[in-house]
Design a protein. Sequence first.
Length: 374
Amino acid sequence: MPGSTNSPPTNLLGLPQDEMRNFLASLGEKPFRATQVLKWIHHRQTSCFHAMTDLGKTLRTRLDTVAEVRAPVVVADRVSADGTRKWLFRVDSGNCVEAVYIPDGHRGTLCVSSQVGCALNCTFCATAQQGFNRNLDAAEIVGQLWAARRILAESDHPGPDITNVVLMGMGEPLLNLDNVIPALDLMLDDLGFGLARKRVTLSTAGVVPGIRALARRCPVSLAVSLHAPDDALRDILVPINRTWPIDLLLSACREFAGALPRQKVTFEYVMLDDVNDTPEHARRLAHRLRDLPAKVNLIPFNPFPGTRYRRSHTETIDRFRDILLAADVMTITRKTRGDDIDAACGQLAGRVVPRSRRVAERRGVSVAPAPQGA
């Protein structure tokens, strides 16, 4: 019950409309109060209840006692030579996550994290080397967007406002759906951030039950980290493939595409020198995707300390792209951004106090086995 002396304040930053109404109803307030509070928080970027002047003084005082608007705290703010900006956000006493703002013409994309670390152990990703601690709650996920918008509004930055959000930061969002869905609802809601579904993208390593659940509960744009055209190689690069192999994954992607007519599923493919980048790999990938509304993003590998992988040569990437295009698979090569501040794809690390695999599994995370023979 709100107001209990034993209860911590409720962080309103993570409450979508229905939960905000329920919270305020528990205080004896009418449903329209939820609209007012949401607008103050998300439209006016207000965290002080006493500044919410169309609320009664009694309600403002009560909210000050039982609630809060608390975003993750910025502990580092770095700007790349290309305008990319990376924030390190503290989410608790021992853990930090990273978010990245990428300006590109009139488009401003924010890449946000969904977990502290990651339990999936993908071998080419810096986050995976940090271990896993916990899921972020909805307020901590939305809070990265809320804080980034506020920082950009208050600073004299030359780039565009945030127009797109991608859940491609630290963690596997489909292993945290109970918190990711309310965060997505707020991103889409006109009383929240008012983003169109096509401007919000969730990236997954291939959690098949989560893809199906997302299609039912909140079908935003979907990106799948594929990275290999066959199970033998993908088992090494993306160990979760041993649980949900490629055929099962692509079947779930077909079902998801059916929920969003005229929208393609994006397949991310990191280009690793002499690992997954031969013409034969390209031909097999084109065959895999032949009956899917697919778009392929080729991602030049971004190195990090301790990695054994190298980036494919530009000529190799171009040849790979041309084979896919010749097979009528829409393909682009992603431009590397922010690598001088370790903000490029696959480089996010944050600060993670890793928990044991047993503890991670007890918290509801299915931990993939460590890769063999890589």
